[in-house]
Design a protein around this ligand. Structure first.
Ligand SMILES: [Zn+2]
Length: 274
């Protein structure tokens, strides 16, 4: 395909004898979407699918370069920047999601795809890679590696899937943590903050993989909590999305994914909570 957007960045996060974790992050102005590969000895398990088709393809190229089959592809939540991009590039993989996320994408995915395609044409994939399998909270050992799957409620998304790899001290938190990126805020942040504090206090884990931005450490959680508090305080003291955006950008001029503010602020300001 012809490359129209700047390239993504790949991080080799951590490894041991049994597994290696890789992160793939789209450029800052293009949402800084972070998606991940858990590389086991004989297979790959992928997490989240990007927004733009090009990054879905580049994520596939990264996976293919590891020369192992993709056994599972997890979608953590139903926001389009986590599943639209993978549509063309991952038609041949089995996609897993929490049951309610699977149902939501089956229903809303085609509408999202059509809308985004109308606005952005070929930057958006031509089809969806629908979830066909479900994941339930619990533990599973895959090829000798322990995975902990959790359903976390009421943070950036009503439900989201969190995947923990205790062997490497890694939490794949996705959009619970935005790392130096503007967060998608549509309502009260109290529980979201509570969950971030819980992750910060959990001594079994020291690497947190966000859904936007590069791999993070515990100190980055403090920044994310401060950001949420600042954003909510600006929101509480302004009456228009334009003024809100202006003040938020003034407070965080270097943060990635500025465009997210335009997408969520009408929801935030139109919502019941203001
Ligand atoms: Zn997101």
């Amino acid at each position: 395909m012809s490359t129209t957007l700047p390239h993504s960045t790949t991080y080799r996060v951590k490894s041991n004898a049994n597994l290696t974790v890789h992160s793939f992050v789209s450029p800052g102005p293009l949402f800084a979407n972070a998606t991940h590969i858990i590389e086991l000895s004989d297979q790959l398990i992928l997490v989240d699918g990007q927004f733009f088709a090009q990054y879905g393809q580049e994520f596939r190229e990264l996976a293919d370069s590891l020369k192992k089959p993709i056994s599972r592809f997890y979608i953590t939540h139903d926001h389009p920047d986590h599943y639209l991009g993978m549509g063309d590039a991952f038609q041949d993989v089995t996609v897993y999601a929490l049951p309610e996320i699977k149902a939501s994408i089956l229903k809303a995915g085609p509408i999202e795809l059509q809308e985004k395609k109308q606005k952005m044409g070929n930057l958006i994939a031509g089809q969806l890679a629908f979830p066909t399998a479900t994941v339930e909270p619990g533990e599973e050992v895959i090829k000798g590696v322990k995975f902990i799957f959790e359903r976390v409620l009421d943070t950036e998304s009503p439900p989201t899937l969190v995947i923990k790899l205790p062997e490497l001290g890694i939490i794949i938190a996705q959009d619970i943590l935005y790392h130096n990126a503007h967060a998608f805020i549509t309502g009260p942040i109290d529980n979201w903050k509570k969950v971030l504090y819980q992750i910060r206090e959990d001594e079994a884990y020291d690497l947190i993989l966000p859904g936007h931005g590069r791999p993070a450490e515990k100190a980055d959680i403090d920044n994310a909590i401060n950001y949420l508090e600042k954003a909510f305080s600006i929101y509480s003291n302004t009456t228009s999305p334009e003024q809100y955006k202006h003040e938020l950008l003034e407070a965080y001029p270097s943060y990635a994914a500025e465009k997210l503010i335009d997408i969520y602020s009408p929801i935030l300001f139109g919502g019941q909570s203001h």
